[in-house]
Design a protein around this ligand. Structure first.
Ligand SMILES: Cc1cc2nc3c(=O)[nH]c(=O)nc-3n(C[C@H](O)[C@H](O)[C@H](O)COP(=O)(O)OP(=O)(O)OC[C@H]3O[C@@H](n4cnc5c(N)ncnc54)[C@H](O)[C@@H]3O)c2cc1C
Ligand SMILES: *[C@@H]1O[C@H](CO)[C@@H](O)[C@H](O)[C@H]1NC(C)=O
Ligand SMILES: *[C@@H]1O[C@H](CO)[C@@H](O)[C@H](O)[C@H]1NC(C)=O
Ligand SMILES: *[C@@H]1O[C@H](CO)[C@@H](O)[C@H](O)[C@H]1NC(C)=O
Ligand SMILES: *[C@@H]1O[C@H](CO)[C@@H](O)[C@H](O)[C@H]1NC(C)=O
Ligand SMILES: *[C@@H]1O[C@H](CO)[C@@H](O)[C@H](O)[C@H]1NC(C)=O
Ligand SMILES: *[C@@H]1O[C@H](CO)[C@@H](O)[C@H](O)[C@H]1NC(C)=O
Ligand SMILES: *[C@@H]1O[C@H](CO)[C@@H](O)[C@H](O)[C@H]1NC(C)=O
Ligand SMILES: *[C@@H]1O[C@H](CO)[C@@H](O)[C@H](O)[C@H]1NC(C)=O
Ligand SMILES: *[C@@H]1O[C@H](CO)[C@@H](O)[C@H](O)[C@H]1NC(C)=O
Ligand SMILES: *[C@@H]1O[C@H](CO)[C@@H](O)[C@H](O)[C@H]1NC(C)=O
Length: 599
């Protein structure tokens, strides 16, 4: 499911316009008035000859897209190995693949249109796009955007296929893949209006986190990226805000796009910025124009591209980020086991009590609670990257929490591993796990909650485990520099600036589960878990739009806070025909679940 059907009532009032009326209009007003996108069978859908002609203009880079299971079945051996199927790197080569394979499925169609790995003989296209432009040049993207606009097609964008809300897959759509935009360029001194802004790196929208860390190490630089190796930093990641293990030290990735102005420095350096010739984002907007977007050129779009949501603005070609001298960090993985939910809750309380212990080092850390459904024990695996410390210093910083945990009844230490080295090595991941069915739900939890009621945190963990929550992920990627950056003008949800943690629930299922159970799991966050987690997030909660629940009922405020109206106005300026619509993105309320018909 891509969109909640909030407006069945309105939908029934939208009547198809008569074709004679439509023929009397020019193309712009035609598209505005048309209730639906053109799909195969619609009178306005491109003919085979039109597709061929389009293909010729993009050097033959148009391909027909199939679900990942069909792609595998068509391989010489007739299948993908388990290692290939579950590799995000492998899946990123398959145009039709989503990393979470559930986003390829048309669960909400009647009847559901599925394509499962082990039953490809009954495969349906589901929510997988029909065609893809495997873009290699800016001109390819421009041609594709213009073609989609002229023919009123559903358009969708993909760089890695990692999107946890399935926003890079869309039924009946034309896909533009920017996976080939792998440029990574480091500069020692970046000048804006004659002023040296320091070292920068320009990142193509197909470059992955792992590429950035590899290049960062080679260049002696530390760069902001995510925990996953295969997420594209200048694709979906940056538009959502982009959290990193380096965020408590350097801020969100969105805070590090060059030219991001603090309100005070805007006054100080105002005239220099006015002379700016530098390009922070290169993006192709709905008109097909390539825009250079920064704090003085299209500053409204510059605001939106930093936190205003992935996929709603245009096709990113590249983004330029600040970077820092590299440094050493420890990398510490500690695993506990709790015998039952009471013990797991007590461990979560101890952790909450000590969550500020690493703040003096501006350290990030994450933890996963995984419930074993066979014996009902819970594992708690914590991973802490502590910058500028030795292993001995890190052990000292972690000791209070370790001591407090190990005295708890039912809690035991399973393993501890400590490492030391270049931060780029600590963050580098060779691949990410993929190929399963999973959905997320999340909240940003204010630092105040941890200060005032750590017991409440443990109680919420226990309640979540008691209702059968299998996996709870938490990460300290706020506080420190993220809080200090509160005055940066961008679309980043203000809840980030007061948060201590990003709290994420994963729900997953096997292909063999009955559809009724799958649908219950898909809605589990919104129906069962959300009210529990909201005991921690307080009123007007925020959620990170890149790792979140597709069914969020108040997505405008939950994902975009007070910025939604401003973002809507910016969208109207750059995308008046809603060419770039994604689930729960700006403007999505005007469209149905598949963004195929106006709601
Ligand atoms: C295992 C895993 C770990 C993660 N870790 C982190 C983390 O540490 N920090 C963090 O902040 N996030 C993290 N994320 C979330 C991640 O930021 C989002 O999934 C993000 O949307 C991925 O962007 P992508 O471009 O790689 O993915 P895609 O699925 O290709 O695209 C995601 C979104 O971006 C849009 N998009 C893609 N390419 C372009 C383009 N060229 N121009 C414009 N829009 C485009 C798409 O329309 C879609 O809405 C993680 C996700 C996973 C699955
Ligand atoms: C197209 O229609 C719009 C809205 O009716 C109108 O403002 C515009 O002038 C028309 N353009 C052309 C080229 O006819
Ligand atoms: C586009 O052209 C290329 C090269 O001629 C061809 O291989 C490909 O099949 C064409 N794509 C489609 C969808 O027809
Ligand atoms: C599908 O088949 C593969 C290979 O035979 C097997 O390893 C895998 O477990 C099966 N997956 C499902 C979901 O049944
Ligand atoms: C208007 O749309 C039709 C059908 O999609 C197309 O053939 C024609 O070229 C378009 N005209 C202009 C001026 O864009
Ligand atoms: C990548 O870099 C090369 C060399 O600087 C440049 O010619 C090309 O246009 C860049 N590609 C993109 C997609 O930015
Ligand atoms: C990291 O530690 C290694 C080994 O002690 C040392 O050689 C190196 O200079 C350190 N790097 C930095 C950037 O401090
Ligand atoms: C879950 O518990 C059972 C029984 O103790 C054990 O055999 C199994 O390995 C555990 N599973 C995981 C994933 O730890
Ligand atoms: C695990 O919990 C479930 C549900 O609460 C219960 O039915 C089951 O008996 C428990 N199993 C064990 C081994 O305690
Ligand atoms: C943790 O426990 C050890 C061993 O009992 C003790 O030496 C140390 O002082 C304790 N540290 C803290 C921070 O509580
Ligand atoms: C949970 O485990 C602890 C420690 O083993 C034990 O004292 C407690 O009685 C258990 N609670 C429940 C509800 O089983």
């Amino acid at each position: 499911m891509k969109f909640l059907n909030l407006s069945l009532v309105y939908l029934s009032l939208v009547l198809p316009i008569s074709s004679s009326w439509a023929q009397n209009q020019n193309n712009t007003s035609l598209k505005h008035a048309q209730a639906c996108r053109n799909v195969p069978g619609s009178p306005g859908y491109p003919t085979p000859a039109a597709w061929d002609a389009f293909n010729a203009t993009i050097s033959g880079r148009l391909i027909k897209v199939v679900p990942s299971a069909v792609y595998c079945a068509n391989l010489p051996g007739g299948s993908c190995t388990d290692a290939q199927w579950t590799s995000a790197l492998f899946r990123s080569m398959i145009p039709g693949a989503a990393d979470q394979v559930n986003w390829e499925q048309g669960y909400d169609l009647t009847p559901p249109a599925l394509c499962l790995r082990n039953s490809t003989n009954t495969c349906k296209q589901g929510d997988v796009p029909l065609y893809s432009v495997e873009a290699e040049t800016v001109a390819d993207v421009q041609a594709a955007v213009k073609f989609a606009s002229a023919h009123n097609l559903r358009l969708v964008l993909k760089s890695s296929g990692h999107d946890t809300l399935g926003r890079s897959s869309a039924r009946q759509a034309l896909l533009i893949r920017t996976t080939n935009f792998q440029n990574l360029t480091f500069t020692d001194a970046f000048y804006i209006g004659g002023q040296n802004q320091g070292p920068a790196v320009t990142v193509g929208s197909g470059a992955r986190g792992q590429d950035l860390y590899r290049a960062g190490k080679a260049n002696g630089r530390a760069v902001l990226g995510g925990s996953a190796g295969t997420v594209c930093i200048a694709g979906g990641y940056i538009q959502g805000a982009g959290h990193s293990a380096l965020s408590p030290l350097f801020g969100l990735a969105a805070d590090n796009v060059l030219g991001a102005l603090h309100l005070c420095s805007a006054v100080r350096f105002g005239s220099d910025y006015l002379l700016s010739v530098f390009q922070e984002f290169n993006i192709i907007v709905a008109s097909g124009e390539l825009l250079k977007v920064n704090s003085v050129s299209h500053s409204d779009l510059f605001f939106a591209l930093r936190g205003g949501g992935s996929g709603s603005w245009g096709v990113l070609i590249s983004a330029t980020f600040k970077n820092y001298p590299t440094f050493n960090s420890t990398s510490n993985v500690i695993t506990f086991r709790a015998t039952n939910n009471t013990a797991a809750g007590a461990l979560a309380t101890a952790h909450a009590h000590h969550i500020f212990d690493l703040d003096s080092s501006h350290a990030s850390h994450s933890w996963i609670m995984l419930q074993n459904a066979t014996d009902n024990t819970t594992s708690f695996e914590m991973n802490a990257n502590i910058p500028h410390t030795t292993i001995e210093e890190s052990k000292t910083l972690l000791a209070a929490f370790m001591n407090a945990s190990l005295v708890l009844p039912g809690v035991s230490l399973v393993s501890e591993e400590y490492g030391f080295g270049d931060i780029n090595d600590a963050l580098f991941q060779a691949d990410d796990a993929a190929g399963t069915n999973s959905v997320l739900g999340s909240r940003l939890i204010p630092a105040e909650t941890y200060r005032q009621s750590p017991e409440k945190v443990g109680q919420v963990y226990k309640e979540l485990l008691d209702i059968g929550t299998q996996q709870i992920f938490g990460i300290v990627v706020a506080g420190g520099k993220v809080a200090e950056n509160a005055d940066i003008e961008s679309a980043v949800h203000p809840a980030w600036r007061k948060a201590k943690t990003h709290f994420v629930i994963h729900n997953f299922w096997d292909d063999s589960a009955p559809l009724s159970e799958i649908n219950a799991i898909r809605k589990k966050f919104t129906t069962l878990q959300r009210p529990v987690v909201e005991q921690l997030s307080g009123p007007n909660p925020g959620s990170y739009s890149n790792e979140a629940d597709i069914f969020e009922p108040q997505f405008q405020t939950t994902f975009y806070g007070p910025n939604y109206a401003k973002l809507s106005a910016i969208k109207a300026r750059y995308d008046p025909e809603d060419l770039f619509i994604v689930a729960r993105g700006v403007g999505s309320e005007r469209w149905d679940e598949w963004a195929l018909c106006r709601a």
